[in-house]
Write a protein that binds this ligand. Sequence first.
Ligand code: BGC
Length: 744
Amino acid sequence: MRQFRFSVLVRVCLFLLLVFPTAAATAQDDIERRVNDLLARMTLEEKIGQMNLISHGLPLRWEDIAEGKVGALLNFNNAQDVARAQALARQSRLKIPLLFGLDVLHGFRTQFPLPLGEAAAFNPRLSRLASEWGAREAAHVGVNWTFAPMADLSRDSRWGRIVEGFGEDPHLGSVLTAARVEGFQAGGLATAVKHFAGYGAPQGGRDYDTTYIPRASMYDIYLPPFRAALEAGAASFMAAFNALNGEPSTANAWLLTDVLRHQWGFDGFVTSDWAGIHELIGHGVAEDGADAARMAVMAGVDMDMMGRLYIQHLPEEVRAGRVPESVIDEAVRRILRTKMKLGLFDKPDIDPAHTDAEFPTPEARRLAREVARETLVLLQNRGDVLPVKPGIRSVAVVGPLADAPRDQFGPHGARAHPEDSVTILEGIRRRASQTGIDVRHAPACDLFCRSTDQLPAAIAAAQASDLVIAVFGEPGDLSGEAASRAHMNLSGRQAEVLEALAATGKPIALVIVGGRPLVLGNLAEKIPSILMAWYPGTEGGPAVADVLFGDVSPSGKLPVTWPRATGQMPLYYNRLPTGRPTLAENRFTLKYQDEEITPLYPFGWGLSYTRFGYSEPAIAKPQLEAGEELEVSVTVTNTGDRPGQEVVQLYTRDPVASRSRPLQELKAFEKVALNPGEAKRLTLRIPFEDLGFHLDDGTHLVEAGAIQVFVGGNSLAEPVGEARIMETIRTPPGQRASSSTIAQ
Ligand code: BGC
């Protein structure tokens, strides 16, 4: 398999920069010289052609490619089409090669777990690996640009796209977004980090709805994963559909120019989202297409995805003097620079004989299984129903999602083929046959559980078996883009079916498949063991079986707070304190009259088949000066009788500051594997500047005073001491070096 590497040139430059700073500068200068040389030979129409991104299918006119009217294509997913288009581009006057973009989020042909599930692994190595494999398969058929990773933080699981990201935490999000960028690039794809910015906080959790986020919160919470992506080498950004504080992101000069270009120094390009420029009319800020095109380009959108507004209107806008040609030149420079860094000008076109049919290879399957089993979160396990005990001779696998090859992929399957899936049912069957356990299967209802006609057969299967493994949750169509939910419960009659299964009195474990935490109601009491499987991908079945049968202890932790009721949304652990913290005996404190105020399972939560003890926490230096690190050591011991992995989590709180600061913030974590009885001393470090926060104008402050430290296996971590910051450090906007983003 061909594995061209993204930005070989960039890597060479970085290497040279370290060894021979002048040589690296020369390579960079060389790119700039070539870009400027090409630009000088381009007509205005050819320049604007580079800014045009068109999808496969209508309205693509293939001749437009040869005429230099298209700079990039999307939804090309096979080598024949890529080769045909690239050959046409080479017939154009200046022979500028095309970018081929696709949503490669969690695999191409081989499906890895959806990003939210992958986040539950709390394992940047695996995030990098999953992204790299998806990229390699896509690059094999000529795709060279992915619309990923999604760096949108979300605190509201009603929003269907929460499944495409990392959940609710900026630190976890920054580490994993950086790891994903690195992985995609290592596998041969340029990245488009999306959706810039604030898209994950739409009002009411409604996809595309408006977002209100104070700028200080943008800097502290929503922007850090994007910054991390940039620092990991992201080639491009995608502007979001939503309006941020009344200004649509696609025409938002603060986001696209002030922050991205001036404060962060980004020199790649920005694309709109699908027809996002046209939507400026819908947002009510542009009168017509020409207006929309002008606003977007002036704000900093370099490429028009599926709007055709740049190609239609920008030539006239420039000639009429409403858009300076220098703005167009700069946009085209950014696009050409990316193409050159990718090596597209120098590399031969894709061989049309390449096909994805050779995937999933045995190695890809092995990796997909390795990643998937680390994403599984054991939410509860009363009476140790799991893992399957040696005495169990028969298992009833019940539920429509046990045998749902397509739905275990979740949304954005790229070239997913359902026949590649090993379903959860098949995974259990294969594993059970090794120890002579009988497996009965009864779906109980259809995917959406609209009727309970098949329930009697499921009850009979349960009654005839020693153990029930129930597999329910969200079919793929209920998750992803445009899949907001007002009711986050198990859809249709699933709860009724599960109650009937629980009433059989058989030991029962529920495996939830889905893209968000689901409201479980009283099922959390009725069902002793619950395992969150997210959308586990091609090898989901074997991975789930590995954990159910105890071949591997579960080690996933929740990247998102699990609510008791949809009405608790938005719900997140790193919230601000209030003047009236919850007091059971005082009505006039923070609470609901009809629901608990706490989540069902907190952020960072996840059980194992073994137990972990924490001891001897120590803060290396109780007084911190600028430039130092807050260093915390702790000994973690496997006190149970099975091997397992623990995600050691370090949280801080600034208890008194000039503005209210979160009750807790995750600042570092490390996943550690321990055998029974084994102990390891870990040291986690927080850079000084990560102990601060922003003001609305982007100023960063680390304030003198105490910082409380908590360590543990979830966000209910124990306090272990304090450190003291000796002096307030104030850094103006754009001058702060970010550091929390160093991928582990
Ligand atoms: C989505 C993007 C995606 C694009 C291209 C849009 O609808 O919002 O995330 O990259 O389509 O498929």
